[in-house]
Design a protein. Sequence first.
Length: 182
Amino acid sequence: MYIRLIRNEPQGNVLTGRLLIDDAFACDTLEHWQYAIPAGFYRVRLTYSPRFQEILPILDHVYGFAREPHDGTKRTGIRIHAGNTIEHTRGCILLGDRQEAKGTKTKTEQKRRLSFKEKRELEDLEKLLPKLETEKAQLETLLSGGATNADDIAKASKRYQEVQDALDEAELRWLELSEVEG
């Protein structure tokens, strides 16, 4: 997989563009023109961002990039993340899903509401999660000494993995929906 950034002409201090992944349009971009990295090929890594407290892509070892970001920090790479205005860049490449008419900012995560179907799904998940937690606890008790028959242990072990997988999936979906709900 490779990414390609196609930039438009700067408008004031704003530099917009398009990000392509394997030559397919992925999203619009926004950079501060004064701190934009030179054209070239860069290695992209996924690393933990202390600022955003999540794993995000970074263009690694941006050699020949003499300009420092306007916040005065020293950088070995340029982070790629979501943002809405030029003030959010700090020398990074911002990703969005559309540009406003004047090209001065991108809209990334517009406030949206849960659909009726998603509300029902969230309610169902809130009922399912305690049931899975209870079943998981019961299986842990059984596996930690309650079962002596080898067949019972094998069945309980298999079911434990199924419950754990279902619990992980349900918790992830619950988090996604609850973030949208606010």
